[in-house]
Design a protein around this ligand. Sequence first.
Ligand SMILES: NC(=O)c1ccc[n+]([C@@H]2O[C@H](COP(=O)([O-])OP(=O)(O)OC[C@H]3O[C@@H](n4cnc5c(N)ncnc54)[C@H](OP(=O)(O)O)[C@@H]3O)[C@@H](O)[C@H]2O)c1
Length: 296
Amino acid sequence: MNKVGIIGLGMLGNAVALNLLESNFEITAYNRTKEKTSELEKKGAIIVDTPKEVAEKSELLIIIVKDAKAVRQVSFEKNGIIEGKHENLIVADMSTIEPSESKIISKKFSEYGINKLDVPVMGGPNVAITGDLVMMASGNKESFDECQNVLNAIANKVFFLGDSGIAHSVKLAMNLQIAMLALSLSEGIMLMEKSGVDPKIFLEILNSTYFKTGMSEKKAFKMIDGKYNTTFTLANLKKDISTMTNTAKELGIDLPMISKAEEVYGNAVDAGFGEIDYTGIIELFKKNNNRNQQKS
Ligand SMILES: NC(=O)c1ccc[n+]([C@@H]2O[C@H](COP(=O)([O-])OP(=O)(O)OC[C@H]3O[C@@H](n4cnc5c(N)ncnc54)[C@H](OP(=O)(O)O)[C@@H]3O)[C@@H](O)[C@H]2O)c1
């Protein structure tokens, strides 16, 4: 398989597309906001005006947009993917969406004779650019096998998990870890600062233990300084947290911590921190605690 389409050139989609170009795939791409396509065009991608045209030119079409609503729009609305369908087309959705939505969207594609895979990923643009994402895949196994060469160029680990929706269920459990880690680091750093202890010492000790994480080793130092290199926005993580709480409701289960996290991340978005990196959640804690101290 050599002809790959990408719909959605946000932070993740642009990096995935650049890596595939570098790996000699023929790339056709579409983004709703055309200005974001210029880097890719300069590097040799074909830029088109509609999702329909991406479908016409692709064997594997990867959707990397914000949420389920956006996936439905690029798939089924006017000039959408289904209008460009042909017998060699496979669609793969890398957007983080509800597992239930993923199943409904797969079913709708199958009514048009198109197999849709779920291919959510872990890792951001910084590892997407070198093909080092971790991918969770589900859907039709034959279609998955057919596009293995592309998926292996995108990710250094690909887990095939079974029927449609399963990969997105696992992805939600993964992002739940991210949301909680950013909160626990924020609270630890705040506790240190307000206790008069250098929070970098706290991180050095944490990183000497079994409890260290990639986040505590890399991003946490930037949280102290408030200098962010945004790879995944706080607003998008809030969107994913709502996806988790919606899914918990559908399953009839109680996940108290992620419900609380939804409130905290929601407050951060309302306070204007939505477009910085998700680890900027600490800015809400800094703002609230400094304000409280000024009052007392
Ligand atoms: N960044 C990461 O580290 C990361 C990692 C794993 C998974 N993800 C997931 O991957 C997806 C993309 O993330 P990102 O970081 O690339 O986000 P982003 O930078 O905010 O980009 C979002 C993309 O979705 C498009 N979009 C939004 N609404 C749309 C609509 N109604 N119709 C058509 N296109 C629409 C945007 O188009 P415009 O440019 O026109 O707004 C843009 O291309 C999200 O589901 C995210 O949760 C991200």
